[in-house]
Every structure is written in structure tokens, then in C-alpha cells.
Write a protein that binds this ligand. Structure first.
Ligand code: SF4
Length: 397
């Protein structure tokens, strides 16, 4: 169990008010802190923008901790030792009054106050996740509301709550993207979609929307879709100028996949690999990614082996902890502890390094942002992370 004592070595000095402050950034284990905050959450002692419901990061606060993007639970975090406090400039992460790290919190984006000419709030068209514009272009899914529904997903939740609209058009998204870039500093756009029964599974429409965003704003774009029935669709997506794609298997463990995502299980793991291989040919190594959700009962060794196989063909496995979405079928599941997450992160990240892949590869999208994963924090410069703080030597096997 990670405790305050794990971070004791960072405490070097106090400020004028006697408040303990952290030492040099390079002296403490920012990756372990980030991963633990992602797992245990942070209590809000200061107001902060957060997101409820939806298909992406939900019911979470969005932060930069020592410069790293981090999404972290901010509700139902009764036993977390971490709290976020406002400071003169930005925020601090504290445990029992001891400051561990500096933080910045996302402010309410200014473009949220704008509307389209026909009165649709921009906020219902696309959200800002830290510096990434994100939207679900078709907020329905052929799997939703039946036996095939992915148990971790909340795509119908925000629609039912009236927080979004069922279908966004390329024109709407282009308009919002320009505003998000100019008013709030968006640096890329992530567009996902519920799956359709069509041969393209929804890929053509989400790519059309992304192409409009890119043309209007110049932002790099990622689109996410299920493996098309006809893989030639992936070439069409590439021809539209899309930068990166996410084709999300969610777990490499076949038994877990059958339980949590029956529709995806029917598609089959080998079909994902075939789609990834085609996509890597079109978009390049590191521009194709898959979410890998940890904490759903999967076998870690099967997970790591699957991640390595994906890396071998140029696919970035974006490891994330299960974040139970209110209203989803897994709403009552716990998030996995950092003690479970961190060794898997480290083994996969080490393999990626050996294969020349890193978290800076992706031009756009979730694999570029990385706020929901602990992988990027492991990219800290060699020597910056004291490998033995509170834990003993790390298993890098
Ligand atoms: S395929 Fe699964 S995760 Fe994706 S939108 Fe449909 S139900 Fe949600």
C-alpha cells in the first residue's frame, strides 16, 4: 500500500508560512505519484472543472501534475490520502498538510459559453479534455441497450442526461474546433463514435467529421472505430487525411472480453490484429492504438503478452485503469489499485522502449494525450525516478 511515507524523501524545505514544499522535480517519483492518484483519486479542497458521464474520461477531474496530464476520480474518494488545494498560482497536491507536487487544473473552457447559429451550445458538441478537443460524433451504438452492450461503457448515459446531442455534423464540429483552438488552446481533436451495423462500422462518418475539423482548424485528428467488415475502409480513412486511429479491443484476455464486451468478442481478437496491421500500413507505427482497460479480472500475463504482440506490429497499447462510469453496467466495480497497475505499466513500457516506441509517437488522440494512463509518466528522464522509493527494486522482467 502506498502511503505518505513513500514520498517522504521529497520533503526538503518549508515556505515562509512553515508549509512543507516539495524539492526538485527530479528528486521524487512522479510516475508512482501520478499512477496512485489516478487509482485512488483526489479530494477537492478547491473548485475544479470536471466531467460527468459519457464515452471517454468520465466523472473525473482533469489536471496537470508537475506538467503531466492526469485524469483522476474526484468523487467517492473517501479513503484517498490526496487532496487538491488552491495556491497563489495554481494548486498543490497534499497529503496530511504536506505538499507533494504542484498542479494546474483545467479551467472551464471559454468556448463552452458559445452556441451555433441554431442555438446548440458548443459544450454539447465537443468537450475539452485538458488540451484535446473530444467528441462522440454518433452518440448511439448498435451494442447499447442489448446483450452486447460493453459493460464499462457510458455512451448512452450523457445522451439520456441531455448533456449532448445524438449526432454532430462536420460543419458543427469544424466551427467548435476553431473556437476551442483560438479561445482555449486545443492542440488536437479526438473523435469517436458508437458502432453501426454498416460495413464500415461508422468509420467513414467519424473520419468525414475529423477531416472537416482538420481542414477548418489545422489541428491533427484521431478517429476511433471498430474493425470495419471491409478493411479497405481503413485505406479510405487514410485518404481523408486522418493522422491517427484508435481501434479498441479493450482487453487481451478472451474470457474477460466475452464477459465485458460480447459484441467485440464476437468480432474476435484476431480481427482486431488484422485491422491493426492494415491501419499501421496506412498511418504508420505508433499512430494506431488500442485501449487496454485493466482491473476487469484479466490475467496480467495474457495482458502483457497481448500488449507485446501489438507493439511488435506497431500498435500502441494504451493501458488505463477501469474507471467505473455511473450508469454503466460496471458502475459498482472498484478501480484497480496502483499496486496492480504499476508493474504492468512498467513491463509494457520497458518493452515499448526496447522496440523504439514511446508515448510521444501519436500525433493526435488518446495515445497523444495519455491523461487516463500512467504510461507517459514513466517516460521521465533516466535518473529522475528513484527506483526504490518505498517499494524495493522494481520488477522489469
Ligand atoms: S462498442 Fe462498446 S464501448 Fe464502443 S460505444 Fe458501443 S457499447 Fe460503447
Amino acid at each position: 500500500m502506498t502511503t505518505q511515507l513513500d514520498y517522504a524523501p521529497v520533503l526538503e524545505r518549508s515556505d515562509a508560512d512553515g508549509r512543507a514544499i516539495s524539492g526538485d522535480r527530479s528528486r521524487f517519483d512522479i510516475s508512482s505519484l501520478t499512477i496512485d492518484i489516478q487509482a485512488r483519486g483526489v479530494r477537492m479542497d478547491a473548485p475544479m472543472e470536471r466531467r460527468a458521464g459519457g464515452a471517454g474520461p468520465t466523472d473525473l477531474g482533469m489536471l496537470w501534475i508537475e506538467g503531466y496530464r492526469v485524469t483522476a476520480p474526484t468523487t467517492n474518494v473517501g479513503d484517498t490520502p490526496y487532496s487538491l488545494r488552491a495556491e497563489d498560482e495554481g494548486y498543490g497536491i497534499y497529503v496530511d498538510g504536506v505538499r507533494l507536487a504542484g498542479a494546474q487544473a483545467q479551467k472551464r473552457p471559454r468556448y463552452y459559453d458559445l452556441k451555433t447559429a441554431d442555438g446548440i451550445p458548443y459544450e454539447q458538441i465537443a468537450l475539452l479534455h485538458l488540451d484535446s478537443l473530444a467528441t462522440t460524433v454518433i452518440q448511439t451504438c448498435t451494442y447499447w441497450g442489448n446483450a452486447d452492450q460493453c459493460t464499462f461503457c457510458g455512451i448512452g448515459v450523457s445522451l439520456d442526461a441531455g448533456r449532448t446531442i445524438v449526432k454532430k455534423t462536420p460543419e458543427m464540429l469544424a466551427e467548435v474546433a476553431v473556437a476551442a483552438r483560438d479561445l482555449d488552446g486545443a492542440v488536437d481533436a479526438t473523435l469517436t463514435t458508437g458502432s453501426t451495423r454498416g460495413v464500415d462500422r461508422g468509420a467513414r462518418y467519424v473520419a468525414k467529421c475529423a477531416a472537416a475539423v482538420k481542414e477548418a482548424s489545422g489541428l491533427p485528428v484521431e478517429v476511433q472505430f471498430e474493425p470495419p467488415y471491409n478493411l479497405d475502409v481503413i485505406d479510405e480513412v487514410g485518404d481523408m487525411g486522418i493522422d491517427s486511429v484508435g481501434i479498441h479491443l479493450e482487453t487481451f484476455d478472451p474470457e474477460v472480453l466475452a464477459r465485458v464486451a460480447p459484441g467485440k468478442a464476437r468480432t474476435g481478437i484476431e480481427t482486431y490484429f488484422a485491422a491493426w496491421e492494415r491501419a499501421v500500413k496506412v498511418f504508420g507505427e505508433g499512430q494506431v492504438s488500442t485501449y487496454v482497460i485493466l482491473g476487469m479480472g484479466e490475467d496480467p500475463e495474457i495482458t502483457i503478452a497481448g500488449a507485446k504482440r501489438a507493439i511488435d506490429i506497431g500498435v500502441y497499447p494504451l493501458l488505463v485503469p477501469l474507471r467505473p462510469v455511473v450508469g454503466s453496467l460496471m458502475a459498482d466495480w472498484p478501480s484497480p489499485p496502483s499496486e496492480y497497475m504499476e508493474p504492468i505499466y512498467r513491463r509494457v513500457q520497458t518493452y515499448m522502449t526496447l522496440r523504439g516506441m514511446d508515448s510521444n509517437s501519436a500525433k493526435a488522440g488518446c495515445a497523444r494525450c495519455q491523461a487516463c494512463s500512467g504510461l507517459k509518466s514513466l517516460d521521465a528522464p533516466i535518473g529522475a525516478v528513484p527506483l526504490t522509493i518505498g517499494r524495493g527494486p522494481l520488477d522489469l522482467a
